[in-house]
Design a protein. Structure first.
Length: 459
């Protein structure tokens, strides 16, 4: 921001200044001071300021975007609407996020139930069921190790013989049926299918007979032993209770599922835009059905209850600016309605721009009836010093050479040098703290003359 630093003066003139000036002019000879611009030494008030320009900003401004990608489902506000903090402004389609929350809740409940079960220990029914499983597995292994009795072997052989008889009958019926030209093809196909079924039944009966006769295989016994060992281990776990490691693992699973649920809920919350503070909607950029991402600004909200102006002050002037100093403000939109404010913030560090170090300064506007709006251009004059009842002369009357500062005064119709000490100054006037008295007349400017003309100065 281009900043102009000037020193402004507000001079309160005492009565009779015009009279003093006219008397000074009359005192000079008509020819000797012709063309000179003279001014009286006046007494008044001087105000020193540091000036800068900026734009009006609201107390708070927020550009809101959804925290998830989706299609806009609702927009509940329009430009100019006043909203309260926490009010729902807009939403996107949240069905997928809702399902994710429901799934995360289910996983959390399951892990919590598992943890509670481990801490509580097994119920009597669970222990009894585990004991029954051990007994059943032991009995099955005993049967395999004992093998089949002679009676069971004979029964298996007879079932095989019976299956072979059924196969012979089916084959005979098939031969008779298929050899008769009067029989339909459907009946022939049915007889063939009956033979196939009888052959399968006879083969199954044979295998069962051989299994009973030969006894269980090594694989069968090993499988039964593994089943018994598993049942015994399960019973031991139930009766001894969960170990500390198992409980820690279950607790870790609960914690993990809880974190996943929180993340799912945050994503669901990200499908709704809510007002972060009380304010006014100043922009709405989305439309229902529009696909938006996390980088798409949808609603802009501003708190217009108070305003401030941010300006940049260069390092040559920032040392004279302090928090709490009064500021005079003029808006381009209302040049005839000056406003007041105060410095509320000074940046602790500067920024380098085009070789100049600038410091950010915030000026808060005081309440006013002027219709201030955000982003209006403002000229700010920060009052850094103020003195009353001091001697003042025009800036152009103060000169400087190797001996110091001086002015030219009119004494007995002659122009003489007068050394002075100065204080505050501005665009038009300078405070003189020593060397002059009120009512003296100083030379502001001399007429242009030929270098060969004689001087009228008394120096």
């Amino acid at each position: 921001m281009r900043k102009i630093i000037t020193i402004a003066l507000s001079v309160v003139l005492l009565a009779g200044l015009a009279i003093l000036a006219s008397q000074a002019m009359r005192a000079a000879p008509g020819a000797s001071l012709a063309g000179y611009e003279l001014a009286p030494v006046e007494r008044g008030e001087i105000v020193a300021t540091v000036n800068a320009t900026g734009s009006v900003a609201p107390r708070s401004r927020a550009v809101l975007a959804f925290a998830a990608t989706g299609r806009i489902a609702e927009i509940n506000v329009s430009v100019g609407d006043r909203v309260q903090a926490g009010q729902k402004l807009a939403t996107i389609d949240a069905r997928e996020m809702q399902q994710a929350v429901a799934q995360a809740e289910a996983l959390l409940r399951a892990s919590q139930a598992r943890l509670e079960e481990l801490r509580r220990g097994p119920s009597p029914d669970q222990v009894n069921a585990a004991k029954a499983s051990v007994a059943s597995a032991q009995e099955y292994l005993n049967v395999l190790n004992a093998g089949a009795s002679p009676r069971e072997v004979e029964i298996a052989r007879l079932r095989w013989e019976q299956a072979k008889d059924e196969l012979w009958k089916a084959q005979s019926y098939r031969d008779a049926t298929c050899g008769n030209p009067q029989v339909s093809e459907a009946a022939k196909d049915q007889s063939r299918a009956a033979v196939a079924a009888a052959e399968m039944a006879a083969e199954i009966a044979r295998l069962q007979y051989e299994q009973v006769r030969d006894g269980p295989s090594v694989t069968d016994i090993r499988a039964a032993e593994a089943q018994l060992a598993e049942a015994q281990a399960n019973l031991a776990r139930l009766t001894s209770g969960a170990s500390a490691q198992e409980i820690r693992a279950a607790q870790a699973q609960v914690d993990q599922n809880l974190a996943a649920l929180e993340q799912a809920r945050l994503r669901l919350e990200g499908t709704t835009l809510t007002a972060p503070f009380d304010g006014v909607v100043v922009a709405v950029n989305g439309h229902i059905g529009e696909l938006v991402s996390v980088t798409t600004p949808v609603i802009t909200l501003a708190d217009l209850s108070a305003y401030h102006i941010d300006v940049e002050i260069d390092e040559a002037s920032i040392g004279r600016v302090e928090i709490g100093q009064e500021a005079q403000i003029v808006l381009d939109a209302f040049p005839d309605k000056p406003l007041r404010g105060r410095v509320s913030r000074i940046a602790p560090a500067g920024t380098l721009s085009q070789g100049v170090v600038n410091y950010g300064v915030t000026v808060d506007l005081e309440p006013t009836e002027v219709a201030v709006k955000a982003d209006m251009t403002a000229s700010v004059s920060i009052v850094i010093a103020r003195k009353a009842n001091v001697l003042l002369v025009p800036n152009r009357s103060v000169r400087r050479d190797r001996l110091g500062r001086y002015v030219e005064i009119v004494v007995d119709n002659q122009i003489k040098r007068q050394d002075v000490e100065t204080g505050l100054s501005n665009e038009t006037h300078t405070e003189v703290s020593k060397g002059l008295t009120e009512g003296m007349v100083v030379v502001v400017s001399a007429p242009r003359q030929s270098p060969f003309a004689p001087s009228t100065s008394g120096r």
